[in-house]
Design a protein around this ligand. Sequence first.
Ligand code: PLP
Length: 423
Amino acid sequence: MTSFINTARSHFPSLESGYIFADNAGGSQCARDVVDKLSDYLLRTNVQLGADYSVSVTSTRRVAEGVQAAATLFNAGSPDEVAFASSSTMNMENLARALEGDVLSDEEIIVTGEHEANVGPWKKLAHRKSIQLKYWRPRISSPNNPYSIVLDVEDLLPLITSKTRLVAFTACSNILGSIVPVKDVIKATRAKATKEGVRKIEFSVDCVAYAPHRRIDVQDWDVDYAVFSFYKVYGPHISALYARAASLHSSLSPLTHHFLRVVDVSYKLNPGGPGYETVYAVTGVLDYLRALAPTGTDDLDAAFAAIAAHEQALLDPLLAYLRQREPRGVRIVGSEEGGLARAPTLSFVVVGERPIKSKDVVKAFDDKGGVGIRYGHFYAHTLVDELEPKLDIDDAVVRISLVHYNTVEEVTRIIEILDEVLA
Ligand SMILES: Cc1ncc(COP(=O)(O)O)c(C=O)c1O
């Protein structure tokens, strides 16, 4: 194994057992640095923030460090643009509530059929305000595979009118694995909206399935709102939300108690305080990721470049294997193309003359033991429900989702088991 993978794996005690964690889009393993910080907070500085006594001063500083770490991971301009909640679903619901007063009754919201976290809150907002909701639907990318769907900005642009107020989409699908070119999508959409004479358009980007694989850059993307969950990025169960300073100032109403004078800071999106120990613990995620950069550089961009390079080595053989089993009835759900525009999250179904239920493919893995994969719609309910030919929504797809701490040897083992299942 290379020094990259050795370094990566040495941070995860859970990997020492040899168990193959291949459901990482569901939740990643937690790095030791994170757990050390979490326990140190609880064991030594577990007091309320904001008081003048010394331990409280330390806790306040520690939590501020956690907020700064999340801001760094977003590449936000300021930690005042970062809010926390127990989950990304909660963060999005909070955001939709806070935005409600700045959405006019004749405006429109555009969503995708991806994970409901960045869809449901907007559907509910549209319902509360009786405004129009439109869907940016995926298109088929390989003519021989009806499930080879991808989002293409060319299908979004015709939906943009002078009434478009918000576009909500995912930077990476937790089922399809494809990485959406966020910067290009936002740029093209803003240009179209300006041409149409829009009053105000904002973008909400779900980065939950993106953050473990690629570096987020909210400034470069020119995005207004972005969210990810640390429990999928080697950390604890907590989610961070980025809200651009200008949006905090002019689009969002406070969800906080009336006497807390929070005007332009992200705390206005926190109806209650986040778990302090988990906020401090996320500093361990940043430390861990930086440790993956080539020796001595500590550079996050270099760390993510190393992650992407290793993940390509995991993706290529698995994707090639699944494509090669097309005559057996294997259909990849998502793009059949490899390359950097794809995370190693691979979903598929087995159809044709000898179909196999997704549940049974996963059961074969469970029976063998030693590998964790999963089946289902993974809360991208609309996306799966709209596939044609129709799939049983409860059985949906088999998903194998890898991250940089998985090894090429683990992929070989997964392919061996698949080969037996598909015999
Ligand atoms: C793409 C995507 N978005 C959002 C979520 C929801 O995250 P949370 O569990 O933090 O609400 C998930 C969880 O699986 C996800 O994969």
